[in-house]
Design a protein around this ligand. Structure first.
Ligand code: EPZ
Length: 418
């Protein structure tokens, strides 16, 4: 099991290019199940979750699923056996995104329930309820979601809660349904609008993606298309916070600052000197940061996927900050690891109270999930001494060549093959 080893403190300098968004490319790969022609996705990040989704698509019978650098080709062809097995789904919850497309294209699906994960129960009841509204018969059998339908029918559906993959699953299912589907209380994340752009390039009729109300007019079939994946806003935010935590001046390029407005605003409230350009964010080393409170809520507000990294940064800020996680019920596990590095944090329910600045010292720590791993890298870069992060496979799920990118910025960071 690989580890990441960091010798801190590090001063970063130079430029880092942001990769394509994991959370945009995963639904777009699932959408390939809907189309009858070859698909080409560019700006695809070489991360483990993309490899896993490629395995799922191959298992479902799609041919020629091949990643060459940042170009992903998916051959034409109709899915064969519509089963996404537990062995694959348990390693990546986003596999649930094949459920809507399989029902829409084949009229049947057998997808393992993702089960919980480190950050919470992660139910998919909203996906299932909405698909039932479109005429699918869905039962849960032996840990699998088993669905069937003649042809999905358009429906008026309002989500009880904003769900990113729930919105994506239903948007995809509605593309081949009979008639019009209206989705209310949709999630607003940029990855949803990116998926809609790809679906429409394939001949779908999706309107309103990125707003709370999405309308889809079903069409008989979809053709393949080429699509460039949007930059990863969470990776970009991670590098900005790493620079601020180490009082470094770097430029984060090939990113989309428009997807990070709430994050940039919050960091400026902390006193960060950030220069925002069209596709780059320049971080200028400046004086000490001030503590500022954050509550994570669905887009466009401060994202839950940057909460852990922000907490690492707040250990370096002057004052007390209250960081409240309102999206997932168990996403504060990085607190224990940060405390082992000397951070002064107490947890009260879903809020973490951080007293800064607290000098961090390097330590052996354990990653619990993808974004907690990023938090520990930020902390290790700022800490005095050696930090080793165990279970580095978590970080590889969503960050491309993470140690290489930080090495190129001057960090003393390496991967230790375990
Ligand atoms: C997506 O997960 C992202 N994953 C997550 O990123 C991200 O943290 C999350 O959205 C929130 O922004 C992908 O896009 C692949 P939700 P998703 O459905 O869709 C509850 C990362 O680190 N809910 O928006 O699974 C749920 O429990 C990952 O890249 C139900 O109750 O999240 C949560 O409390 C982590 N029933 C809330 O809604 C449902 O049927 C939001 O979850 C679905 C969700």
């Amino acid at each position: 099991m690989d580890k990441i080893r960091i010798e801190g403190p590090c001063r970063l300098r130079g430029r880092v290019r942001i990769s394509g968004a994991k959370n945009a490319v995963l639904p777009e790969m699932a959408a390939a199940l809907l189309v009858e022609g070859p698909v080409t996705l560019t700006n695809v990040p070489a991360v483990r979750d993309v490899e896993t989704m490629a395995k799922v698509l191959r298992h479902l019978g799609l041919r020629d699923v091949a990643l060459e650098g940042s170009l992903l080709r998916i051959g034409a062809g109709e899915p064969g056996e519509p089963e996404a097995p537990y062995a694959l789904v348990k390693t990546m919850r986003a596999s649930i995104l094949v459920l809507g497309p399989l029902l829409a294209r084949l009229g049947r699906a057998r997808v393992s329930l993702p089960g919980g994960c480190a950050i919470g129960a992660r139910p998919v009841d909203l996906h299932i309820e909405a698909l039932r509204r479109m005429g699918a018969t869905i039962t849960i059998e032996h840990g699998y979601v088993v669905g069937s339908c003649r042809r999905l029918r358009g429906a008026e559906i309002s989500f009880d809660k904003k769900t990113v993959t729930g919105t994506e699953n239903l948007m995809m299912a509605a593309c081949l349904a009979e008639g019009r589907t209206a989705l209310e209380n949709c999630a607003l994340e940029p990855e949803i609008a990116d998926l809609a752009r790809f679906l429409n390039a394939c001949g779908a009729r999706v309107e309103g993606a990125g707003t709370g109300r999405i309308e889809v007019h079903g069409v008989p079939r979809l053709a393949g298309a080429e699509h460039r994946v949007i930059p990863d806003r969470i990776e970009a935010g991670t590098f900005v916070m790493a620079a601020l935590a180490t009082r470094s001046g770097i430029t984060v390029e090939a990113c989309e600052p428009a997807h990070l407005v709430a994050v940039v605003d919050k960091l400026k409230e902390c006193g960060a000197d950030l220069r925002v350009e069209r596709d780059a964010i320049e971080v200028r080393p400046d004086g000490p940061l001030r503590a500022a409170n954050v509550v994570t809520v669905p887009y466009p507000a401060f994202p839950t996927d940057l909460q852990a990294q922000y907490m690492a940064l707040m250990t370096r800020a002057e004052g007390v900050s209250i960081i409240t996680e309102s999206v997932f019920e168990n996403r504060l596990m990085h607190v224990g690891e940060l405390r082992r590095m000397g951070a002064r944090i107490v947890v009260d329910g879903q809020a973490a109270i951080v007293a800064g600045p607290s000098p961090l010292s390097g330590a052996p720590v354990m990653a619990s999930d993808l974004r907690a791993s990023a938090c520990l890298i930020v902390a290790g870069l700022a800490a005095q001494g050696e930090t080793t992060i165990d279970r580095a496979y978590h970080i590889d799920r969503g960050y491309e060549r993470v140690e290489r990118k930080f090495q190129e910025l001057g960090a003393r960071i390496e991967r230790v093959r375990g």
